[in-house]
Design a protein around this ligand. Structure first.
Ligand SMILES: [Ca+2]
Ligand SMILES: [Ca+2]
Length: 332
């Protein structure tokens, strides 16, 4: 209950400035959106009611992936939803959680209204090139700091920003570009941080560690190997599994990058880098965590996108510069 109250303190009603945003929206953190009860359910009982509610939310975070590396956004892409677009953002500072921003094409298959082809392309354009607070367009990419306004919705153990499965522009989520501090440096964890010695998830609804603590965050798990020595499942949208060799395993989901069409040359053990994610396969919302990987360089050492060392320096400079810009903006 304590965490619930703390989360509520972050949720301050605010009027969001900007075109088409004259209504009130609730400023929240990623941690607030991802907070769950003892059964893993989003906090629907929250008196503010921002999760799955009629109130739009505003969150900020650093983009973790290029959209084109995660899901296939092409018109009528294979699958019952057709094209899909998604990026994850991760909170900064003490906001230790991440949130997916998701849009799908064939909402009629989910009880809503589908996009026409022209509408879908217009939405892809709108989310691929986003404005900053001064009206300048930027190509959205991993490492951008953005502010998002939209509706939240529960999905398979996490809370996403989505469009309520409706192509009506009133359901849009909007993105404001705030800067480019650089790609998030993955947090190094071990499978022992998220599972007990029997391989069971260390689920905790008030996490200081364990899988819920890392949900939506960029992580690095060193020294793993495939449980299937042939790495069955390698390829675009592939499903694989790795082990730490100590009785613990975790699922690995591959994105749609061309990187996954090349031959696999990984050594017996390698380092895994990706987004710590949850995609529950049943009504049990305390399980089915995985790592979602967005790239592969063809080498023997690493599976995942390795951040450029130079960005470590830029993170500090970028955030400092950004803070200065925002202070000036507010003063003006
Ligand atoms: Ca969860
Ligand atoms: Ca839309």
């Amino acid at each position: 209950m304590r965490k619930f109250v703390a989360g509520f303190a972050f949720a301050v009603m605010a009027v969001v400035a900007g075109p088409g945003a004259l209504h009130a929206a609730a400023e929240v953190t990623n941690s607030y959106l991802q907070a769950v009860d003892a059964a893993g359910n989003p906090l629907y009982g929250d008196p503010a009611g921002y999760v799955n509610s009629g109130t739009r939310v505003v969150i900020e975070g650093v983009v973790l992936n290029d959209a084109e590396d995660m899901l296939n956004a092409a018109w009528n892409a294979a699958g019952w939803i057709g094209g899909q677009w998604q990026v994850y953002i991760q909170g900064t500072g003490g906001d230790h959680a991440g949130t997916a921003l998701w849009m799908g094409q064939k909402y009629a298959n989910m009880g809503g209204v589908s996009y026409t082809q022209a509408e879908w392309q217009a939405e892809l354009n709108r989310l691929s090139y986003v404005y900053d607070e001064y009206g300048v367009l930027h190509k959205l990419q991993a490492g951008d700091l953005i502010r998002v306004e939209g509706y939240s919705g529960a999905h398979a153990g996490k809370t996403n920003i989505n469009e309520r499965h409706d192509s009506d522009p009133a359901m849009d989520f909007t993105i404001t570009w705030l800067g480019h501090p650089g790609v998030v440096t993955p947090e190094v964890i071990t499978l022992a941080d998220v599972q007990d010695s029997s391989g069971d998830w260390l689920f905790d609804e008030q996490p200081t560690g364990g899988p819920e603590y890392y949900q939506g965050c960029m992580v690095r798990i060193n020294g793993v190997r495939f449980t299937d020595t042939g790495a069955d499942g390698w390829g675009v949208y592939g499903d694989l599994e790795v082990t730490d060799g100590l009785g613990r395993t975790i699922a690995v989901k591959l994105g749609v990058s061309d990187d996954f069409t090349q031959a696999l040359a990984l050594g017996e053990t390698f380092d895994l880098i990706g987004i710590f994610d949850q995609e529950c396969q049943s009504s049990d919302l305390t399980t089915d965590y995985r790592v979602w990987v967005m790239g592969y360089d063809g080498g023997t050492q690493t599976l995942g996108v390795v951040p450029e060392p130079a960005t470590l320096l830029l993170v500090g400079l970028g955030l400092g510069g950004l803070a200065a810009v925002r202070r000036r903006g507010r003063a003006g």
